[in-house]
Ligand binder design. Sequence first.
Ligand code: ADP
Length: 260
Amino acid sequence: FQDEKISVPDYTETELITDAFNKMLGRVQSLDTSRQEFVSNVSHELKTPLTSMKVLADSLVGQENVPVELYQEFMQDIAAEIDRESKIITDLLTLVKLNKKASNMNIEQVNINELLDLILKRLRPIAAKRNIELILEGFRPVDAEIDETKLSLAISNLVENAIKYNKDEGWVRVSLNADHKYFYVTVTDSGRGIPEESIDHIFERFYRVDKSHSTEIEGTGLGLAITRSAIMMHHGAIRVKSQVGEGTTFSVRIPLTFID
Ligand code: ADP
């Protein structure tokens, strides 16, 4: 090796500056593209309920002697579309707020067992409507430094999905574990599962596995994007494993101590 010379490219200062500038430009451009994509997705999603409302309203306007039942039915459909529009806007505002700087984190020492207990208590009536059992496992007390509102939102979304995409008489198991550095929450369900080709997309904004189900099971496709953002703000991680027809497990890992 002694005879070998290592050649170091002789960059001039201008070349280095140009290189750095080009890299930065590339980053700004890709940011701009994703922003444009976001705006275009949002516009599309907001327009869908509006289009339905317009069609429904137009078919009543100018009609004489519309039977009361039909009139009521159309009005109910319009009200449902307004609810949908309003849910999209609420979820979008939540997501935008979450994506603001980590400085808006309201960190407190929280008992995670109690937090999970509260989430399940709140969701039990919804699960009971379809005879879905909610089980909480994890008897060791776990205290951690978290933003209670944000983490609550993240876990609630997972449990809500586990109920929504489950079968009647199914079950949802939420478990809590911890080691010296992290706590772990897993949400497992006996639901329909997620196809392999969709797994990489479910955290994307507005992504729904089966768009044709969108009228059957309500949702905005923003829940998991919100969950992931909230977990990222805690410097945590989320993973998913699923088997179609068997069920899904979401695993969340959060540091016990908040790192600023
Ligand atoms: P949505 O409002 O549609 O529920 P999410 O962002 O929460 O939006 O989830 C994205 C998509 O991922 C859902 O539309 C659904 O197809 C799929 N999904 C999420 N959680 C589950 C689950 N536990 N079981 C099966 N599919 C799920």
